[in-house]
Design a protein around this ligand. Structure first.
Ligand SMILES: *Cc1c(COP(=O)(O)O)cnc(C)c1O
Length: 419
């Protein structure tokens, strides 16, 4: 459930009519709903209650906006970060340092050192090599790194190839059959306190079966590690739960997920950790856009909007579907191609889409844009970097300024020797 609803025929974010935001900030602009963020955080946390001792760290990469992170931190979430930049954001947003988990296959020495200096809660080590480096850095600082070993369970998440992470050929984690040997080696290193294992098989998972299979394998691994004399107190089950993008999508609910997890982990006697991203923020944001013009096409008209692939990359990257709706409700529909102004055929949000009729100057939204939206934005085609707004009841605030293309150009230099 989200708080983007039509009232008197006008799409609102909570109590704010979207035309008011377009008037104040211009388009394109991302609009987030605080009440929706808080609701999703609460629903997810409540859904995991049957699983016992649980800690939830929001996957910052899904939406790293400081205001969004602050809302989620206030709602009791930690942060799963995958770079030094995200680590600094989590700290700046007020996430408790002991609630920060550092994931990622390519943490540099500088990033590992930053995590140690900031005394974060946990490193999810993705290779034996990384563990050896982290040990050396921690030992040299006289610090202790609390860690899990990320395991690749060789399970097909059944999702898009570009967001699948738990198959043997993917770069993430260590192969599950080699995990006991690597775990034993890392557990003996100074500076590391290896306390469990982590898994994350992919994103936008529409079926619980592969998740259950991965959890079962992790359970067997925990048993094997304990059999080898290790003390296992933490298991991080990652994120990946899908959300509804199309009106008729029916992904597993957080409640279904929580019940499955509670069953599958019964008796493990560990603290379970989770790293949800999309399910928390996806439906808490829309991308508000304006139709520049409608031009005829071979079969269907092209609706050219002022948002583009540089603002919302998912359709171009993964052929992703984003529901497109006029801000002023209409009962008449047409079939159209929805495209942006960027000079690439990939700058296409939808082909042959049935949607409410829009014309030049009309406002519309792409729904479910709160996850992997603004965070992936670029300035391609020398367009402005898209701004972000947070709504709270009847008030709203710009939580990320539009960065003009001229400002980006201002960071460039033509050396004297070019004449
Ligand atoms: C991306 C990612 C997540 C979040 O995935 P969602 O599908 O957004 O829930 C969690 N953990 C790790 C390690 C990730 O890379």
């Amino acid at each position: 459930m989200d708080h983007f609803q039509y009232r008197n025929g006008i799409l609102h974010a909570e109590d704010v009519p979207l035309p008011a935001i377009a008037a104040a900030v211009a388009s394109p602009v991302y609009v987030y709903s605080r009440a929706t963020l808080e609701r999703h955080a609460r629903v997810f946390q409540d859904a995991l209650k049957p699983a016992g001792d649980v800690e939830v760290a929001f996957a910052v990469k899904a939406n790293p906006n400081l205001a969004v992170l602050r809302v989620l931190a206030n709602a009791g979430m930690g942060a799963d970060v995958v770079s030094g930049g995200e680590l600094r954001r989590a700290l700046a947003a007020g996430v408790g340092r002991d609630r920060i988990v550092f994931s990622g296959v390519g943490k540099t020495d500088a990033e590992l050192a930053l995590g140690l200096e900031e005394n974060i809660g946990q490193f999810n080590i993705e290779s034996e090599e990384e563990g050896i480096e982290l040990s050396a850095i921690a030992a040299s600082k006289g610090a202790t790194a609390y860690c899990t070993l990320r395991v690749n369970p060789d399970v097909d998440a059944g999702t898009h190839a570009k967001i699948s992470t738990g198959k043997a050929e993917n770069k993430f984690g260590v192969p599950i059959d080699r995990a006991p040997a690597i775990y034993a080696r890392l557990a003996a290193l100074p500076g590391l306190r290896l306390r469990g294992v982590a898994v994350h098989i992919g994103s936008m998972i529409a079926d619980l079966a592969p998740m259950a299979a991965a959890i079962m394998r992790m359970g067997e691994l925990v048993g094997a590690l304990r059999g080898n004399g290790h003390v296992v107190t933490h298991v991080d089950l990652g994120g990946g739960l899908g959300v509804r993008y199309r009106p008729d999508d029916a992904p597993p609910t957080p409640t279904d997920y929580g019940a499955m997890v509670a069953r599958a982990t019964k008796g493990w006697g560990v603290r379970l950790m989770f790293e949800p991203g999309r399910v928390i923020v996806g439906n808490a944001g829309v991308l508000l856009t304006k139709v520049i013009r409608v031009k005829p096409g071979a079969t269907h008209p092209f609706v050219v909007v002022d948002a583009a692939m540089n603002d919302l990359a998912r359709p171009a990257l993964y052929d992703a579907y984003h529901h497109f709706e006029p801000v002023i409700e209409t009962n008449t529909t047409f079939t159209a191609n929805i495209v942006g102004p960027v000079c690439e055929s990939g700058d296409t949000f939808a082909m042959a889409r049935d949607c409410g009729v829009v014309g030049a100057g009309d406002l519309a939204v792409f729904r479910t844009a709160g996850a992997y939206g603004a965070t992936m934005a670029s300035t391609y085609n020398s367009r402005d970097l898209v701004p972000e707004v947070l709504v709270d009841g009847s008030r709203h605030a710009v939580v990320a300024d539009r960065i003009p293309a001229a400002t980006v150009m201002g960071a460039e230099r033509v050396p004297d020797w070019l004449g």
